[in-house]
Design a protein around this ligand. Sequence first.
Ligand code: GLA
Length: 357
Amino acid sequence: MAQAQGSLTPLERNAFQTELDYRKTDLFVLRNEQVEVAITNYGARIVSLLVNDREGKKTDVITGFSSIQEYLEADEDYQGAIVGRYANRIAKGRFSLDGTAYVLATNNAPNHLHGGLKGFSNVVWEVLESTDTKLSLFYLAADGEEGYPGALNVTVTYTLQDQSLLISFEATTDKATVVNLTNHSYFNLNGQGSGPILGHTLQVAADRYTPTDSTSIPTGELAPVAGTPFDFREPKKIGAAIETAHEQLTFGGGYDHNFVLADSCRPDLTLAAVATGDRTGIRLEVLTTEPGIQLYSGNFLKGKHTIKYGLKDEHRYAFCLETQHFPDSPNQPAFPSTVLQPGDTYRTSTVFRFTLA
Ligand code: GLA
């Protein structure tokens, strides 16, 4: 039975306590006066995130499931997960590095998507540190795992600071490799499962985006957003132009595109996007050091799954803002590089900040 969004049944920790591949999974809750976030070390996923709406009512703004079992059954959507070793697509699952060709799974035919068959979202991460406001998780991806070169040590740290959740990544490798990490949370700022996100207002600090071919691989062009449905430079409803007859929207089945925030990684967290729930006034600000952000309007959600509180993940009931390097960068020399060399440290960070409109 679907429950009203008002009745947020608490998550049951024991529904997250199991063992997969001989590693223990659990649920960790970070909280302060403004935000409460639940994270599991299975896929380093954000399971729920509670903030108050403008009437002071607690609202869960991230789509997720109530148990590990449900994540296992519905893993194709990357709900709340850390995605890697390479978030987004690599054309035909092929790239070359230093003269060697690598072949990856084409799990989103004809392309490679979000790190492959298990990637980083369907593995159990080791808990390095867990406090009331901080969770640090570690994963060692073996040399050759999912076809990628180099043993990669990855740490993701979630930290609550006032009304912000900071997500910071660090990675090192023993061989040259490619790395692109993101958090794949599905937001509905009116409350997860409460209805379509088309009435949300969105602003994106990008005057260019990367148009794709029909399989969502960038053509290489950095096209101006001006005069297209991709112009979010001023706040506008996500649904305002989503049904426009535009080839790119046809290819994506809606928005599923990378916006160009900068020409390379930036040293400081910079405001990338602002979204506001039209019914709650809950406003999400996304700040990042990354040069790109993928706006995905939940086009593949089909109401197949029962999410928390007995609700459904219907078509466009959630959107993602995935901070990242551009899709298919390993095959696009003109894009900011995603190569990580031994001796170097990959470091990126993103903040989800919650305020009220
Ligand atoms: C990303 C991709 C989408 C889709 C979702 C997961 O946002 O760009 O095409 O694969 O992940 O369903």
